[in-house]
Design a protein around this ligand. Sequence first.
Ligand code: GLC
Length: 563
Amino acid sequence: MHNCCPSQRQVNGLNNVLNRHPWWRDAVIYQVYVRSFLDSTGDGIGDLAGVRAGLPYLKKLGVDGIWLSPFYPSPQHDHGYDVAGYCDVDPLFGDLAEFDLLTAAARRLGMKVLLDIVPNHCSDEHPWFRQALAAAPGSRERGRFHFADGRGPDGSEPPNNWHSMFGGPAWTRVTEADGRPGQWYLHMFAPEQPDWNWRTPEVAAEFDQVLRFWLDRGVDGFRVDVAAGLFKHPELPDSPDPEADARTRDSVNPLAWNQPEVHDVWRHWRAVCEEYTARDGRERLLVGEVSVPTARDHALYVRPDELHQAFFFDLLSAPWNADAFRKVIGEAMQDIAGTGSTVTWVLNNHDQVRTVTRYGEPTPEGSGLGAARARAAALLMLALPGAAYIYQGEELGLPEVVDLPDDVLTDPIFRRTGSRARIRDGCRVPLPWSGQASPFGFTSGAEGARPWLPQPDYFAEYATDRALADTRSFWHLYRDGLQLRSRLPQLGDGALEWLDTPPGVLGFVRGDGLNRGDGLVCAVNFGTAPTPAPVSGTPLLASGPCPAGVLPGSTAAWWINDL
Ligand code: GLC
């Protein structure tokens, strides 16, 4: 009799074949910050139809897929990381039908689609949080969040000394139904982002439904927001070092982050993904935003039955020097060894100052230097073993917009720190696509439509139409690097062998199982003076002018080895 369902043996066999080289191991994913990518409606805010219109551009660039920042219903206090409904699209960005069109278009182009899932907290407008506010202390509704009585004789002190990552205390007091000041609720980010209580089984069950809702709609996986959060110490005791917690935006409070129970969640989510893969043979991906104190802690999140990958953020904070980069890369490789995962490299994202500015010097020539270094860093990243994420605009060499006026800044960190920290708006300014004046083709609306953050005049130089037309542009460097990466077996997944290089220069060979002579050599000169190239021939690709035999300052290049 014909049996339409595959046997378990067949499924296992299929998985074995697939698992030899799942696509995500060395994928290059483009992070789409939806509200700043492309606006199809003329309201000044990017949307899903805009992303769909931009897919051919991304295909041409050569990325394997996209990660969409949150587009769910949200009051947008943290630009969608405050989720009021997990299984829908905010009208600001479109609707579910448009989402389906977008994923279908991506599939036709052979591109993966990852969503951003936010399990640590929701929005204070989420129906369950509203119910919790209306319910009494000790109720089931409050049990889905962290509500606690305050300290002090009248309960007017927060329940503990924890700090919010966005500044200020991690607790906000509510007014009870009778109008009196009442309990406090925990929010590790903004007050509009109450933390879920993952010790309540209902919360875990709800997220199961969310995962399945989007997997059923065909997504290829999820970027998991704040993946070292979720569980808090059950007694919510005081942090041992509140000053240290307040000084940093890193998750250092050992009672609020990185609790052992979180690993069970990732095991479960992995099993859900495997279930879908077993059905149709398509590998799903969970890539976590994991900020933890040590490399050893980080590695625990990517054990073979947990998250497939976790961003490795240390390149984001490495200063521009060869020793710092070598140390960070070495640690990442060591961290990943034995986990079965691959390193997930990141140079830019929606929370960080863009590389061109980060690597620049505060001098008139500084921005040119920053651009040269950012180009070199890009070639370095694309030559490293593992996966890489490119943040929109990185491929254009966009600098950080550092002079946005205070009254347009929207980042909750700016408000919560008493306007001291100007951190995240400058990398979120809408992309320039064409033309000489704002909105640079970003919004297809009527004349005078204004992007949600103002674009500086100099964005004209970075518009995609100019970038595509100029073979010396950042765009061509990324495109050429991506093309070579998909063509050359030496790149992508595999091992790396360091070369002996002079001080200030990093060099390594890629290419498993090949003769060293066929390896791909990547070298980066972090200094400003030229140095002899490690390989004598003409490079395959270089981040700047690079004659044979020489590696100029602030330049990276790739050669096929002739050592
Ligand atoms: C993550 C996101 C960031 C957001 C925060 C709270 O760190 O990358 O943008 O503000 O989570 O959800």
